[in-house]
Design a binder for this molecule. Structure first.
Ligand SMILES: Cc1cc2nc3c(=O)[nH]c(=O)nc-3n(C[C@H](O)[C@H](O)[C@H](O)COP(=O)(O)OP(=O)(O)OC[C@H]3O[C@@H](n4cnc5c(N)ncnc54)[C@H](O)[C@@H]3O)c2cc1C
Length: 416
């Protein structure tokens, strides 16, 4: 197998190399062997997640002073790329978990370290990010549901239309309007523990792809959240999501789709080297059309990886900048004053560029594997379905393209 891994121009640190190899071993030994079953029976991948936790990957970006390894978004991307090649469903669960960590680590105060960060560092907790609402769908900057302050904390009644790890997570980060009088972008962030009996998963997840991640709707039906469950200041949730969650979320999603593309490409190379036609007595790899498909796939996978790693590095730089701002109010001011920050535009571009590449590469892999890949249960058949989630996951590729277009043309964004 040609090594397709080295066009990024990025030299790994000793630690990054170690995390990457560890993730590869988890993917190969614990995720890949179960991926077909997880997909077929839509099983939440507990076993794979335990292997990820045992490898110490669940707290990867928790800073050292809070007990974690203190790695960044680039390292997370390297890890996710490996995991997604083993099982995309499991990688998506991990991606959503990771999308909560930077925010919690940056905003945690007083007892929140003990209550929330400790179990994450101990590998006991899997988190979920419940953002999408039935009203606004993929337009994540708009939340209809709101928190109600009461004597003991907050009452949250919020219906979320999709939530990976629904009914399985140990904690949910839930953004809602700060209160009923606030506009839909004036958000508060809450952590609701999975053991709350008022969390109601709705139905069963029976997705076309990414079938093992329980992404059904969820109703936080009058959940009582004590003061300790509010993350950050009352009305800075929008900026906190932008600063601390969006970078890892967009890079993470893109990396899952990069891993899907890579797995499809590798499966195709493997298939065409083995498949022999009886009339020509040659493998498919001798067919020029097939050679062309393989070259096109490799080019697109390498292109996606370069983009992912580059934006991941930019994100790590941005995190340093955001962390230096010291206060959530100052960060809020910086984010709101810079709606056209090129960093956020690069993040938007990354997600739609890579999700399009994943669909293209999976389709080409499908083409060269022929009818064999059309059969239920073939890895490429699964990867074609998995890849398709990329463009509709929020913000959808169509919304992101409008955001980028507006920025170029100097038109206000919908949340401004
Ligand atoms: C496998 C999977 C896992 C998920 N996990 C999570 C999760 O963990 N947490 C979470 O919060 N959400 C999650 N989601 C939800 C996801 O992020 C989106 O919010 C959801 O897919 C939007 O679906 P919708 O039907 O509401 O889309 P709609 O918002 O109704 O949009 C449908 C389509 O209309 C078009 N469109 C809509 N608005 C615009 C616009 N402004 N500009 C241009 N075109 C537009 C687009 O083509 C879009 O695809 C998940 C979804 C999937 C499929």
């Amino acid at each position: 197998m040609p090594n397709a891994l080295n066009l990024t121009g990025i030299a790994l640190t000793v630690e990054q190399g170690r995390w990457k190899r560890l993730a590869r071993s988890v993917a190969q030994n614990s995720l890949a062997p179960n991926a077909a079953e997880v997909d077929r029976d839509a099983i939440f991948p507990r076993e794979g997640l335990k292997a990820i936790a045992d490898a110490g990957l669940m707290a990867l970006t928790i800073p050292k002073e809070q007990g974690g390894p203190g790695e960044g978004i680039l390292t997370t991307a390297m890890v996710l790329e490996e995991l997604a090649q083993g099982c995309a469903s499991t990688a998506m669960v991990y991606c959503m978990h990771m999308s909560t960590l930077a925010m919690i680590a940056a905003l945690a105060k007083d007892g929140q370290h003990e209550a929330f960060i400790k179990p994450i560092v101990e590998g006991k907790w899997i988190g979920a990010l419940a953002m999408s609402e039935p009203g606004s769908g993929n337009r994540l900057w708009h939340m209809d549901s709101f928190a109600q302050r009461n004597a003991n904390g907050y009452l949250i009644d919020s219906f979320k239309s999709f939530c990976t790890s629904c009914g399985q997570a140990d904690f949910y980060v839930v953004p809602v309007r700060a209160d009923s009088t606030q506009p839909p972008t004036e958000l508060s962030l809450f952590i609701i523990e999975g053991k709350d009996p008022n969390i109601l998963p709705i139905g069963k997840w029976d997705g076309m792809g990414l079938r093992g991640n329980c992404s059904m709707p969820i109703h936080f039906k009058g959940c009582h959240v004590p003061e300790i469950g509010r993350l950050g200041p009352p009305t800075c949730g929008f900026s906190m999501l932008f600063a601390y969650s969006l970078p890892i979320y967009q890079v993470g999603l893109s990396t899952v789709y990069l891993g899907i593309a890579e797995a499809a490409y590798r499966a195709a190379v493997d298939h065409v080297k083995k498949r022999v036609h009886s009339d020509t007595k040659q493998t498919l790899s001798q067919v020029e059309t097939v050679q062309r498909y393989i070259a096109e796939m490799k080019m697109r996978v390498d292109e996606a990886r370069c983009m992912v790693y580059r934006v991941a590095q930019m994100s790590d730089n941005a995190m340093v900048l955001f962390n230096e701002l010291q206060s959530a109010d100052l960060l809020d001011e910086v984010i709101r004053a810079n709606p056209d920050d090129p960093f956020f535009i690069e993040l938007a571009q990354l997600k739609f560029a890579v999700s399009e590449i994943a669909v293209e590469v999976a389709n080409k892999a499908f083409q060269v594997c022929g009818g064999t890949a059309y059969k239920r249960g073939h890895p490429v058949e699964r990867l074609v379905r998995d890849a398709r989630a990329g463009s509709v996951m929020a913000p959808s590729d169509d919304s992101l393209k409008l955001i980028v277009g507006r920025q170029i043309l100097g038109i206000a964004q919908p949340w401004e």
